[in-house]
Write a protein that binds this ligand. Structure first.
Ligand SMILES: [Zn+2]
Ligand SMILES: [Zn+2]
Length: 339
């Protein structure tokens, strides 16, 4: 089968690899769509030698058709449509059993990280990490929801975003743009914050009432020119320190900020700003797998344009170019197809 491998720093090759066999408890999935995420780029830019030596297949946003079922698997059959949850959790700890497997600490190597991922014609995945894709959603939409869509949706659920809220979204990459669309569909008003003009224009075309360029001046006063009391809720999807520093100026007193964007720098903001204004802060990592059906139902009922975040649809043979485009952050999301 054809599959991608990292062969060095910022180098990807399309290779022939042996077809995998589903082991006990696993499904064999023929991929139809696999999308590139920001976390793939961390590996692309600085791949660990062991990852290169083992020729691990990258990709953790995969969606396809079940073509084989391993020993002991029940409830899945060839022909079913599946989306893979990349974090392989235990389903036995208190967090998993209480429906919060996104924070399970008893994890096995995740797909596209320590285990072979979805940038391949075929992959095996634990049946317990596989989710059903409804007929009303395309494989491409499944790949978008697999990681980034759910990552955008879960913090909005926790924020209780609704029609009375003014929601600011900082960082208008795919997660931020999806969060903006979901918040609007939940009835909120949305203002987007991003230095890239094309991303701001896209957010406005999707329904944001206004956008702010954080490089043009202080974000707080710019936001308060639109919403004098500040944002009721903030989805921080950039992971950038200046966005963290702006939180007390962006969020209204007693408002809440959800931290979604990843970064390597220590979190930094004004402690006195957070305490003086009773601001709430929480972190959010992907989404609980138990939220999948609700997420699929929501995006269908609200006719969310998930494809708006995709800038390039490529074949897997164009893998090196896809990663290069994603690395340059030249456009939106890159999605590989296998037909
Ligand atoms: Zn991802
Ligand atoms: Zn667990």
């Amino acid at each position: 089968m054809r599959a991608l491998s990292l062969t060095g720093e910022r180098t990807i090759a399309v290779q022939d690899k042996p077809e995998p066999e589903p082991g006990p408890g696993e499904l064999l999935i023929r991929l139809r769509a696999s999308a590139i995420c920001g976390s793939d780029l961390h590996l692309y830019r600085r791949a660990p030698q062991a990852y290169i030596d083992r020729a691990v297949t990258p990709g953790h946003e995969g969606s396809g058709d079940v073509v084989g079922v391993g020993e002991g698997v029940t409830g899945w059959a060839p022909g079913d449509r599946a989306v893979v949850y990349f974090r392989r959790t235990c389903w036995e700890c208190d967090d998993c059993r209480s429906g919060n497997n996104q924070v399970c600490a008893v994890i096995r190597p995740g797909y596209g990280f320590g285990a072979h991922g979805s940038d391949a014609e075929l992959m095996t995945a634990d049946a317990s990490a596989s989710m059903r894709l409804p007929d009303g959603l395309s494989a491409r939409e499944g790949a978008i929801l697999a990681c980034q869509g759910g990552t955008a949706y879960a913090p909005l659920v926790r924020l209780g975003a609704g029609g009375r809220d003014r929601v600011a979204v900082s960082g208008l990459g795919p997660v931020g743009l999806l969060a903006a669309q979901f918040a609007l569909a939940m009835g909120a008003e949305v203002v987007g914050i991003d230095p890239v003009a094309e991303r701001r224009a896209l957010a406005e075309s999707l329904g944001a009432s206004a956008t702010i360029d954080p490089t043009a001046g202080d974000v707080g006063p710019a936001l308060k020119a639109i919403w004098p009391h500040g944002a009721d809720k903030l989805v921080e999807a950039s992971g950038a320190t200046p966005a963290h520093e702006a939180i007390p100026a962006v969020v209204r007193p007693r408002g809440t900020a959800a931290l979604v964007g990843l970064g390597t720098e220590p979190f930094q903001t004004s402690l006195n700003g957070i305490t003086r204004w009773d601001i709430n802060l929480f972190g959010s990592t992907i989404y609980p797998q138990t939220m999948w059906d609700e997420l699929c139902d929501f995006v269908q009922r609200k006719s969310i344009d998930l494809g708006a975040v995709v800038s390039h649809d490529l074949s897997i043979e164009e893998g090196p170019r896809g990663f290069q485009l994603a690395d340059e952050a030249a456009g939106g999301k890159i999605c590989f197809h296998f037909d």
